[in-house]
Design a protein around this ligand. Sequence first.
Ligand SMILES: [Fe+2]
Ligand SMILES: [Fe+2]
Length: 205
Amino acid sequence: MQKSELSEHTRNILGLKLPTDPRWVNLAEISLEDILTDHAYCEQKAAITCISLIQKNPEKDLLVEELSPIVTEEWGHFRMVLSELKKRGLKLGRQRKDIYVNKLLEFQIKGGSPTERFLDQMLIMALIEARSCERFKRLSEGMDDEYMRKFYRKFMESEAGHYTLFITLAEHYIDKTVVRKRWQQWLNYEKDLMNSTEVRGDRIH
Ligand SMILES: [Fe+2]
Ligand SMILES: [Fe+2]
């Protein structure tokens, strides 16, 4: 990815309504085992969700085509985090309750038409990718260790691409005006969620 493109993506991502609390990077840095474990499961869940989206939408050719390689990529991310843990003699702990994602799920439309439900599934993924990208950006800029800064930069670049992919897929199947309007509602909801969530260094979100 070109540097200029990346900064454009990053600008879009910073269209998130609330930047991460700066204290978070320092907290994450001192809880490296926890943050790596949480990160590993985030990657695993991303892969699982992409598989599930393919299973639920086999008639959507573009989605099947675009998400298939993302499954491989997210699983590759899981393995990268796993090998980082191993290299450091750290353990992949158990999966923790994902407060951020659970709270986001509460905002998903209940009932509604299949199209409305599909839109929310795309947008929740876009949002998680966008926030993850923003968090990796913070780590890649703010950590003391140069190796770790580079490590997180790779994830930041990937997640920026995923964020745009989910928006593109939504706009391929649904009217752009509808997508943009609902996206704004999601961004506002996420801002309030971030505002009301405790800053803790053992979680990616
Ligand atoms: Fe990933
Ligand atoms: Fe991703």
